[in-house]
Ligand binder design. Structure first.
Ligand code: LLP
Length: 391
């Protein structure tokens, strides 16, 4: 599936984006969301690469931003301000002012003090800021602890017991207009049951607002839909049909309410691959190391979350598929990067065909939280990107 004959002449490491996979994913996403009139915002934090953003924008979806620069990027890319939502526990005054100046659709607000500040800044501009309350639903997403966000122990959102105080304050904050509720329970969620629990909790919370005679126009259920890191080729496009159907089945909507989603990973993960070359094979005590020219600076997820990315030796895989019925020997390697950190390891005891200096290694499912989390640590060059439709 990789155009090896072309890729092998491009200096490594780089991200390879398969634009066809991205377009297929977006088509499927639109088709399934449109069935129910659901509104999707793309979470820029997953990948803010210009070409990726331009492609996504063409599908007429909105943008979910978590910093002033993301809001700016979304606007510069051509996402309409009225389709931009802005979340985050720590929005600073400049970021809030920038979003106010551009009249974005909604601030997803995470604390009483934040509401107070947005109200003040909006008043200074004689504007009414549209806000949604990000409510911490205390639902377990059953995912990695670093990417769980919807539990009371997490820093995100307004807790249920604070609702009385917050809605009371909203009556005084004349420059805020409450237009919705916002939830996000975590990322890389593969158990759809967690989303069902979220729907049931939202139904209860909606009851609370109804009892308090507060009308809610928009319900934003966040993102978090997970992808299959182990079998990317079998599950190139996630099962959007079951995901959206679940919300349609379990969310009890009030008349004229709109449902919003903020998906990042599910849209971009499978279209991206980190392509690297083997620099050295080094014998260890119990293992061999395959030392790559890409490291945690290009793809941080394994070092940060012990995240799994499928590792393939695409030089050897292509040779093997050429030799029919090849039963060539497989070996185990610790696949590591060049950075001066022991955690700079992409996988331990990874089974690969015999691997040599110069072989091309693909780290799959790296389109989300890959390039965007890359760094220049060790004064490394910033990682480049190439696109299937430009080769
Ligand atoms: N909405 C909010 C409020 C979020 O915090 C996030 C992700 C999303 C939407 C998009 O979630 P997604 O659909 O992509 O799961 N760096 C980590 C993931 C951090 C996710 C942070 N929030 C990783 O590499 O796994």
């Amino acid at each position: 599936m990789f155009p090896l004959e072309r890729l092998k002449f491009i200096p490594t490491p780089f991200y390879y984006y398969d634009t066809e996979v991205l377009n297929q994913t977006l088509q499927q996403l639109k088709k399934e969301a449109d069935k129910y009139g659901f509104i999707v915002h793309y979470a820029l934090k997953a990948n803010a690469n210009d070409k990726i953003l331009n492609t996504i924008k063409q599908y007429g979806i909105g943008a979910d931003c978590v910093s002033g620069n993301e809001v700016k990027k979304a606007i510069e890319t051509g996402f309409k301000p009225e389709h931009i939502v802005f979340a985050g526990v720590g929005k600073n005054d400049d970021e809030i002012n920038y979003a106010l100046n551009n009249s974005i659709f909604c601030f997803n607000c995470e604390s009483l003090q934040e509401l107070e500040i947005i109200n003040e800044l909006a008043a200074a501009k004689n504007k009414i800021a549209h806000i949604a309350l990000r409510i911490n639903p205390n639902v377990n997403a059953n995912t990695h602890k670093y990417i769980t966000t919807g539990l009371e122990e997490n820093k995100f959102g307004i807790n249920l017991w604070e609702l009385e105080a917050v809605t009371g304050a909203l009556k005084i904050f004349k420059n805020l207009k409450l237009i919705g509720l916002h939830f996000h329970i975590g990322s890389q969620i593969t158990d759809l049951g967690a989303f069902k629990s979220l729907c049931l909790r939202i139904n209860e919370i909606q009851g609370w607002f109804e009892n308090h005679k507060i009308t809610i126009e928009n319900v934003n259920v966040g993102g978090g839909l997970g992808v299959n890191y182990h079998e990317p080729d079998t599950y190139l496009v996630v099962d959007f049909a079951s995901y959206f159907k679940l919300f349609n089945d379990f969310l009890e909507l009030r008349p004229d309410q709109k449902v919003h989603f903020e998906l990042g990973r599910a849209i971009v993960a499978q279209c991206g691959t980190l392509i690297s070359k083997v620099l050295y094979i080094k014998k260890g005590v119990n293992t061999n190391f395959a030392i790559l020219d890409a490291g945690m600076t290009e793809l941080m997820r394994p070092a940060l979350y012990q995240a799994y990315h499928k590792i393939e030796n695409i030089s050897k895989d292509s040779q093997q598929s050429a030799i029919s019925n090849s039963q060539s020997a497989m070996y185990k390697y610790d696949v590591v990067g060049p950075i001066c950190e022991s955690s700079d390891c992409f996988g331990k005891a990874v089974t690969l065909p015999e691997t040599q200096r110069g072989d091309i290694i693909a780290l799959r499912t790296a389109g989300a939280y890959g390039e965007v989390m890359s760094s220049a640590y060790n004064l490394r060059n910033r990682v480049k990107a190439v696109y299937s439709d430009e080769l």
